[in-house]
Design a protein around this ligand. Structure first.
Ligand code: ZN
Length: 136
């Protein structure tokens, strides 16, 4: 069953067994945890620190940014928690996710493209790199 709203619970420790619909927040360990909002039961851990998630509180309601994308899990759920409410990402944003992942992989893709480049193109590239290092 899909969860439409989370109840934030603050505590030092996050219990081993999580309840559906509860967002466990540990300030001590700067982390939050919940069971996936799609109801699949997967435990989702969202570290709260600059490089990961940001937790904002307003009138006892919490929001997590950025969105929670469970593409490492079979359900592939993607949603936001805004003012305790679950906001599901539509099919549109799945394309956006793909686009984002492609961007992330762009460097690697560029590298593999180079491997298959003809010799003259690789030579031109190394000359450019050398030129940039020397005079760039
Ligand atoms: Zn799920």
């Amino acid at each position: 069953m899909r969860i439409s709203e989370f109840r934030p619970t603050f505590g030092d420790f996050i219990p081993k067994t999580l309840e559906d619909g509860v967002l466990y927040i540990s300030r001590r360990f700067s982390t939050a945890s919940h069971r996936c909002a799609c109801g699949c039961g997967t435990k989702i851990v969202t570290p709260i620190r600059e490089t990961d998630y940001k937790l904002t509180e307003r009138d006892g309601r919490v929001s997590l940014t950025p969105s929670i994308g469970n593409w490492d899990h079979p359900c592939q759920s993607h949603y936001w928690i805004r003012d305790n409410k679950v906001v599901w990402a539509g099919a549109m944003s799945k394309d956006a996710i793909r686009a984002g992942r492609i961007r992330d992989d762009a460097d690697r893709a560029a590298y593999f493209a180079q491997v298959t480049w003809p010799w003259w193109r690789r030579l031109a590239r190394s000359l450019t790199d050398w030129w940039n290092r020397m005079f760039g």
